[in-house]
Design a protein around this ligand. Structure first.
Ligand code: PRP
Length: 214
């Protein structure tokens, strides 16, 4: 039997994914050691491999077939725009992609003004402003702490993830518009879904059942 390979986004998402998988009998003892710096783990008995990568790289590994299955946030799937099948909403990591800024910036969004938008997600921001709102904006790519941008005058608004809203609140910013809901999703390589149909279908089925029973 061939190994079924999973690419997981390093960090909280991977931990949550393994907890969920454990409930359907997919386990990897090796991965539970928090001090380990290993990036790839094997369950020989079940012929499973798991590896940890940076979240934006998960769709890349899955598109190219280096991983059969990936678990990653919807934000990353939308931003990366890779060719893969999104098969399941895992129901955790729930948050929203939002346009945020100081409350005065709300006016700028109403009148189609040429504004600057700072974000870690330039493709999502471009799609939202250009295709959905038909507003011409200048998009500025940042790599983190996006909330800084409107405070220091780099941009009028930001497009970013809002979970509890604390980061915005503590920095005097507010949600101005909601772009889309987000959560962790399971994605599958297009060829693997055909070649490993039985095994992958069973995982999807078991996860669906688990969610139904909650
Ligand atoms: C994310 C996001 C917001 C924050 C939202 O940042 O970019 O800054 O979490 O969460 P909240 O609504 O619960 O406050 P992350 O911690 O991933 O770091 P980053 O700034 O490096 O993107």
């Amino acid at each position: 039997m061939k190994y079924l390979t999973f690419a997981l986004a390093k960090g909280r998402l991977a931990k949550k994914t393994l907890e969920l998988f454990e409930q359907i009998g997919i386990t990897c003892e090796e991965m539970k050691d928090p001090t380990s710096r290993k990036l790839i783990f094997v369950n020989e008995e079940l012929k499973l491999k798991f590896f940890l990568s940076k979240a934006p790289d998960v769709p890349t590994y899955v598109e190219y077939g280096a991983a059969d299955i990936g678990v990653v946030g919807k934000d990353t799937i939308l931003e990366e725009g890779r060719k893969l099948y999104e098969v399941l909403d895992l129901g955790f990591g729930k948050c929203k992609m939002c346009v945020a800024g100081p409350k005065e910036a709300a006016e700028l969004l109403k009148h189609n003004e040429l504004i600057r938008v700072a974000t870690k997600y330039p493709n999502i921001a471009k799609d939202y402003f250009h295709n959905k709102k038909h507003q011409t904006v200048e998009i500025i790519k940042l790599n983190g702490s996006i909330e800084l941008a409107p405070i220091v005058g780099l941009s009028e608004v930001i497009v970013d993830i809002v979970e509890t809203g604390s980061t915005l609140r503590e920095n005097g910013l507010t949600v101005l518009e909601e772009v889309c809901p987000l959560s962790a999703r399971m994605v599958v390589n297009q060829v693997s879904l055909k070649m490993e149909h039985e095994r992958i279908r069973k995982i999807i089925h078991d996860l669906n059942e688990l969610q139904g029973n909650k």
